[in-house]
Design a protein around this ligand. Structure first.
Ligand code: BTN
Length: 254
């Protein structure tokens, strides 16, 4: 196994993704290098959000890969493999684990992990990739402003050794990365779809025009979400263009 073999641990960092990107700008650490910390003072989430994690409670890690075999237009497969790896680890402890497109990991209707993939591109190829993963392990009191967080502890009433969870994650990530390297695109796509949150369920979504009803029917080759609306229109959305609407957000019908 090469994933997680070279392990750089820090008691505190601003962000493991920021650190990994900085290292990559100066050197080329071995593929599978994993940066890990107990606390991030500036944890990065998607679309510029902050990632909260209490000190020493959770898994905060970033992996470095060199997927030179991937074209830029195939980069969503890095989100797919990381989602499948975290999904597999969480599924060892919890039932009803889902991937909320593009790469949030949910248990029932609560978020247990977030993933931030940052790729460095060289013309049409991917030069390197930093896969940042925040998995809530032993945290049980989340700040009230977070919409719907959960952790392995909250779900199972057990506590866990974060290092063992990190080892399990390295193993799963390597497994899915190697499938990707073998160009098993269809297998990976099928596994992602099979684990997808609200797949083929009639649900409410919001875009720039307002709330609409539809169902998720897949993702396209670029990783866009495909929704078939209640008017039978097939629409493709990027992450910024659509939101899931939770039941409690909808006005009560008279
Ligand atoms: C999200 O759901 O918005 C993505 C969150 C990703 C958080 C992880 S924690 C480890 C790694 N380092 C960061 O700064 N972010 C990712």
């Amino acid at each position: 196994m090469f994933t997680g073999l070279n392990r750089r641990y820090f008691a505190e960092l601003d962000s493991t993704n920021r650190y990994a990107l900085d290292v990559l700008s100066k050197t080329n650490p071995p593929e599978g290098t994993c940066v890990i910390t107990d606390y991030q003072s500036g944890g990065r989430g998607q679309i510029g959000r902050y990632w909260h994690s209490a000190s020493g409670k959770n898994l905060l890690t970033s992996y470095i890969f060199y997927p030179h075999f991937l074209q830029v237009n195939e980069q969503f497969f890095l989100n797919i493999i990381s989602s499948l790896a975290v999904h597999a680890v969480v599924s060892q402890f919890c039932k009803n684990v889902k991937i909320k497109w593009p790469n949030d990991i949910y248990v029932s209707d609560q978020k247990i992990a977030g993933i931030l993939v940052q790729n460095i591109l060289r013309s049409t190829m991917i030069k390197s990739s930093v896969i940042g993963i925040g998995l809530n392990v032993n945290e049980s009191n989340f700040p009230p402003h977070l919409p719907n967080p959960t952790s392995l502890t909250l779900f199972t009433k057990n506590s866990y050794d974060v290092k063992s969870i990190s080892d399990a994650l390295s193993q799963k990530l390597e497994y899915f990365y190697l499938l990707l390297k073998q160009c098993r695109f269809e297998t990976l796509n099928d596994q992602y779809i099979a684990a997808m949150y609200r797949f083929e369920e009639v649900a409410q979504f919001r875009d720039a025009q307002g709330v609409f009803t539809g169902k998720i029917i897949g993702i396209d080759s670029q990783g866009k979400l495909i929704i078939c609306t209640s008017h039978q229109v097939i629409r493709h959305f990027t992450f910024q263009e659509v939101q899931y609407v939770l039941e409690e957000e909808l006005p009560i019908q008279q």
